[in-house]
Design a protein. Structure first.
Length: 108
């Protein structure tokens, strides 16, 4: 992941509803959720949900697939892990966290 991609992902997650949607999709696992399930779970109107899903798709943090007549949204775990890796690539001055400061480092 490069800086521009990280900024796009972080910008998408910097809004409360989108962060809640992303966290719900992470919790749902690879099977994902339908928009109606997300709307009910998060109490978000369908029109707002559509806008927020589009933003998360643009940031490539979620994936969309069709299952019959339904759309299913799921977290892109590879992309999420790439963002976490980008954010923590210089953690502990390049040393394994267990060697430098195991109690202080929560990332590793």
């Amino acid at each position: 992941m490069n800086e521009i991609e990280a900024l796009r992902a972080l910008a998408a997650l910097s809004q409360a509803t989108r962060l809640a949607i992303f966290r719900a999709l992470v919790a749902a696992g690879p099977n994902g959720l339908r928009p109606a399930e997300l709307a009910g779970q998060l109490e978000v109107p369908a029109s707002s949900l559509s806008f927020h899903l589009k933003e998360l798709l643009h940031a490539q943090l979620i994936a969309q697939q069709r299952s019959g007549k339904f759309l299913i949204y799921s977290a892109d775990f590879a992309r999420m892990n790439a963002l976490l890796a980008y954010l923590s690539e210089n953690c502990c001055q390049g040393q394994p966290c267990t060697e430098l400061a195991p109690a202080a480092c929560r990332v590793c």
